[in-house]
Write a protein that binds this ligand. Structure first.
Ligand code: ZN
Length: 158
């Protein structure tokens, strides 16, 4: 596993639409392993392939330490509810903002070997899924943010 460079805002890659994964080979597995290692190194709770410079529909979400989910070609089948919450992004360092997201999503995706599965996610987990899927269509949380937070507001939150 290798730690990959994280692409930051300003790079046009982050605004592009990622392509579907068609081949589930060793190269894909290396990409997935590297994405997980990079996410852990940077202490993120999710990462999308375009953030490491690869325009493929692959994301990792980690709602808690015991659940690291690899989602290949993910799509949201259903969503409901909405809530405002604070988000940040490895590709937008030192910026946080309030974003409205669904509180419930039903997702279909493939695993690293191409097997299709479905799952439902609530609240924080749903938020991460939506944030990461946005990356696959070239959208950053700052594009959706209701407002960005001032640094002193963050200190009050913590
Ligand atoms: Zn992000």
């Amino acid at each position: 596993m290798a730690i990959r460079n994280v692409v930051v805002r300003g790079d046009e890659l982050l605004a592009k639409k990622s392509r579907k994964v068609e081949v589930f080979d060793a190269r894909l597995h290396t990409l997935i392993d590297d994405m997980i290692a990079t996410m852990h190194k940077k202490e993120g709770v999710g990462i999308a392939a375009p953030q490491v410079g690869i325009l493929r529909r692959v994301v990792i979400v980690e709602p808690d330490a015991e659940h690291t989910m690899t989602l290949v070609n993910p799509e949201i089948l259903e969503y409901s509810g909405k809530a405002e919450g604070v988000e940040g992004c490895l590709s937008v360092p030192n910026v946080w903002g309030i974003v409205e997201r669904p509180t419930h999503v039903k997702v279909r995706a493939q695993d690293r070997d191409g097997n299709t599965f479905e799952f439902e996610a609530e609240d924080f987990h749903a938020r991460i899924v939506c944030h990461e899927l946005d990356h696959l269509d070239g959208t950053l949380f700052v594009d959706r943010a209701i407002r960005l937070l001032d640094p002193d507001e963050l200190e009050e939150d913590e």
